[in-house]
Design a protein around this ligand. Structure first.
Ligand code: KG4
Ligand code: ZN
Length: 351
């Protein structure tokens, strides 16, 4: 079963070919991230325009490792994501499904992040993949720029959401805090870099307390960082957030980054450990862009009684391989096909 996966939900134009859900044959990603950095976040119109320019060359390059005849189906992200961006991938996939006469699978982006962890082999160089597939029941901590949730899977398509975000996603909090302290977008990697030089116990920041222990809230933490930064420069809450960074010293920035990172990661780790104790899964996987965080990997490995699974950083952030992998499982497990003449995008799709 060989599936072409197409992903354009945010600022990465991505396509990949995966065999049987576990073998990565090609993985091509063109990112428009550099075009957004000057604005401190993704600009939807720029992302959509950039997808239009990149999508055909990206797919051509991904498919070059096989030939169209050996591709058994096309999987595409139809949500969640930015409307204009999703449209480019979905319209391209629909057109290819019709012209190449291939079955079409509509994939949920967030679910796709989990499937990336089932890829265990590749002839491509430069990938550090897990040596074996995770086992069910599987507890997934999904942490990305748009999503934060804990999901208990009994199988690929039988799962229960234990808790989701109530406001900002954890990746979004990294991005916003980075902006406050004047670090470049995306915030995750730049906060991690600054944090390496900072004291993570320097500042006391709050952890949210919610009725459902598996739900997440990061907007309070983000505001607490802003108040702390305003306080550090001797101003009150009326001082504009976009002018805070210029008054912070390098040491203050590093200490804020380190203290924020520790608390944000501790929050998701605590909830994952709690869920592990309650549901006793056989595997724990971390998925999504923030799964690239070394601090998250370190804290989880330290606090869980079993080793958490995660994949290569290139497959944690948005990519076509995760969409192709989930497409393979949909095909192998007889999930319904999408209609190439009518598949629509669902920007606010949830699992
Ligand atoms: O999954 P993803 O590529 O896109 C979405 O589906 O949202 O996740 C992007 C998010 C961004 O918020 C980025 O700051 C975060 O992943 N991220 C990280 C790291 N690398 C990327 N967060 C923490 N540590 C990292 N090393
Ligand atoms: Zn994502």
């Amino acid at each position: 079963m060989i599936i072409l996966g197409i992903e354009t939900s945010c600022d990465e134009t991505a396509a990949a070919v995966v065999r049987d859900g576990h073998e990565l044959l090609s993985n091509v990603v063109a990112s428009s991230m550099d075009l957004h950095t000057v604005y401190g976040g993704v600009v939807p119109e720029i992302a959509a325009r950039s997808h239009i320019e990149s999508i055909i060359p990206v797919i051509d390059e991904a498919v070059a490792v096989v030939d169209w005849d050996s591709i058994d189906g096309i999987a595409v992200t139809y949500g969640a994501g930015l409307g204009g961006s999703l449209l480019v991938g979905v319209m391209t996939a629909r057109t290819l499904a019709i012209t190449k006469d291939k079955p079409l699978y509509a994939v949920n982006h967030v679910h796709g992040h989990v499937a990336a962890n089932f890829i265990t082999s590749t002839p491509l160089i430069g990938y550090s993949l897990p040596s074996s597939q995770p086992e069910f029941p599987l507890l997934a901590l999904i942490v990305s720029g748009g999503h934060t949730q804990l999901v208990l899977f009994q199988s690929h398509f039988n799962y229960e959401i234990l808790g989701r975000k109530r406001d900002d996603a954890i990746g979004e909090a990294f991005d916003k805090v980075a902006k406050i302290v004047g670090l470049p977008y995306p915030g995750g990697p730049s906060i991690a870099k600054a944090a390496a030089f900072g004291d993570d116990k320097k500042y006391k920041l709050p952890k949210s307390k919610l009725d459902n222990p598996y739900e997440f809230s990061f907007s309070g933490l983000k505001t607490a960082v802003l108040r702390l930064a305003q306080d550090e420069i001797g101003e009150d809450f009326t001082f504009p957030s976009f002018r805070v960074a210029e008054r912070l010293s390098e040491t203050q920035k590093n200490d804020i980054a380190a203290s924020f990172q520790r608390i944000a990661i501790e929050t998701v780790v605590d909830k994952t450990v709690l869920a592990f104790k309650e549901f006793a899964p056989r595997s724990v996987v971390i998925a999504g862009g923030v799964a690239a965080s070394q601090e998250l990997r370190r804290q989880l490995a330290e606090k869980l009684p079993i080793a958490p699974s995660y994949t290569d950083i290139k497959l944690c952030t948005d990519n076509g391989a995760m969409i192709a992998a989930l497409g393979c499982f949909m095909a192998l497990e007889g999930q319904p096909l999408a209609d190439p003449f009518s598949l629509d995008i669902v920007p606010n799709l949830s699992m």
